[in-house]
Design a binder for this molecule. Structure first.
Ligand code: TRP
Length: 451
């Protein structure tokens, strides 16, 4: 087990936090959270979501960082390194990586949409549509074949270029700059959305819990969303953990990232729901929600609307970029660890994933009738990667961490070899890791599947 500083790593704690936060904060917060929250009933969903984020998601993030930094490896090698006598745990690492591959496929589709909306804001196309037209505009765009595919391939190309640029120069630098700007912009949009006529219905929808709307499926979706949004459960944070500085305080870093990620999802909710109600739209608008609602908010900005729209979709594209980077990085690092050159690995993964992504993108139009049961290719991938696979991977990861990995290894890594005082938090932490997190994951999984 190597504990020397790896050559390939983040230069500072701040940079590492920003890069990991860049992975966490993405379309999951701004595109997925509002529509999933809307679908499962608003406030009640939110309460369950909060519990999952802090008691499961954050705990998993700490655990993945520990595994990664301890082994300086990707998930495929980390598990067997920690327990050489139990080599089968390697499968958990591989399952996580396979899940990352599928997530990246879905992710690229939405990232492509975002990039296209940036372009349309810039060229004025979006500004020339009136408020009633955004729904149709979105449907028309998503169901066409060429534009979404070209957008997603272009986006993939940008992702690939950053990955080839490397961990420190590529990933860290871009994350450090973007995250703060995105937050400021979201706050401005919240203020605007809240001051629209009729906004209060949206606030009530988001914050007033109505438990009658919360189904077993909703609870499972809340869990899936918590994991997806924090990028945990699939081993991406194991890879980023292996780049963390050795003196970084893993507990603190994970808390910061979790709080940031949660805060940004709430901001996105506050930017969107009041506007949804104020403009008489349905909160259950599905994957197109932000693309149909936010342009209305921008229109209400008057002459500044176009500028806001351009900046917002640019930042959202970049937030998506830092997340897509982490997914591609995990897969690249894995092949790299197996001996393939970094650049070759990155190109190979990109080629394979572009096939999945284009197929998923076509399911909004030309391949809309290709279905498994009632699900299109996109729906199927979205269900798998957003709801089912992450809790399974997360459950296995936390069982390994709490029950299979050696407690001394965990404490040594969490405390940076005894230099960070952990005190009584240790007891609480092990209680979460051994009981609360695995049991709740298990209960949610079983009830969700039985539903
Ligand atoms: N967390 C990102 C988002 O919210 C998506 C993401 C990036 C992700 N890396 C991941 C999800 C790894 C699961 C696993 O948009």
């Amino acid at each position: 087990m190597s504990t020397e500083n790896s050559k390939n790593g983040f230069s500072s704690s701040f940079g590492a936090i920003m890069a990991a936060a860049g992975s966490a904060v993405g379309l999951g917060n701004i595109w997925r959270f509002p529509y999933i929250c809307g679908k499962y009933g608003g406030g009640a969903f939110l309460l369950v979501y909060i519990c999952f984020v802090f008691f499961i998601g954050m705990v998993l993030m700490m655990s993945e960082f520990v595994i990664g930094r301890r082994t300086q490896s990707t998930p495929a090698r980390a598990y067997p390194l920690l327990r050489p006598d139990k080599p089968r745990w390697r499968m958990v690492g591989l399952l996580g990586l396979a899940t990352c591959f599928l997530i990246l496929g879905v992710y690229l589709v939405i990232s492509g949409w975002t990039l296209n909306y940036f372009w349309e804001s810039l060229t004025g196309t979006l500004g020339s549509i009136d408020n009633d037209g955004f729904g149709d505009h979105f449907k028309q765009f998503a169901s066409s074949a060429g534009r979404p595919a070209v957008s997603l391939l272009l986006f993939l190309l940008f992702t690939l270029l950053v990955i080839i640029g490397g961990v420190e120069k590529g990933i860290e630098r871009i994350s450090k700059l973007l995250m703060p700007i995105l937050v400021v912009l979201l706050i401005v949009m919240c203020v605007r959305s809240l001051t629209l006529d009729g906004a209060s219905a949206g606030v009530a929808y988001l914050f007033q819990p109505d438990f009658s709307k919360l189904t077993g499926e909703g609870v499972l979706a809340a869990l899936g969303q918590a994991l997806f949004s924090l990028s945990v459960g699939m081993g991406v944070m194991i890879v980023y953990g292996s780049y963390l500085p050795l003196n970084d305080n893993i507990l603190k870093t994970s808390m910061w990232i979790t709080v940031c990620d949660f805060f940004i999802a709430i901001l996105a909710g506050v930017a969107i729901f009041p506007a949804v109600f104020a403009t008489g739209q349905e909160p259950t608008g599905g994957p197109g929600l932000v693309y149909q609602v936010l342009p209305v908010v921008f229109n209400s900005f008057g002459s500044l609307g176009r500028l806001f729209s351009v900046v917002f979709f640019l930042l959202l594209s970049l937030a998506a970029l830092t997340s897509a980077i982490s997914l591609l990085e995990a897969l690249t690092a894995w092949l790299n660890e197996k001996g393939m050159k970094r650049a070759v690995a990155a190109v190979l993964v990109s080629l394979c994933v572009s096939v999945v992504a284009v197929a998923a993108s076509f399911s909004f139009g030309v391949w809309g009738s290709v279905k498994l049961g009632s699900l299109t290719i996109f729906d199927l991938l979205d269900k798998l990667t957003g709801t089912y696979l992450p809790p399974i991977c997360a459950f296995l990861t936390i069982v390994f961490f709490g029950w299979v990995m050696k407690k001394e290894d965990i404490m040594d890594e969490l405390s940076n070899h005894g230099t960070v005082k952990i005190g009584y938090f240790k007891v609480f932490y092990f209680f979460l890791v051994r009981f609360v997190a695995p049991l709740s994951l298990l209960v949610v999984l079983v009830t969700g599947f039985l539903n």
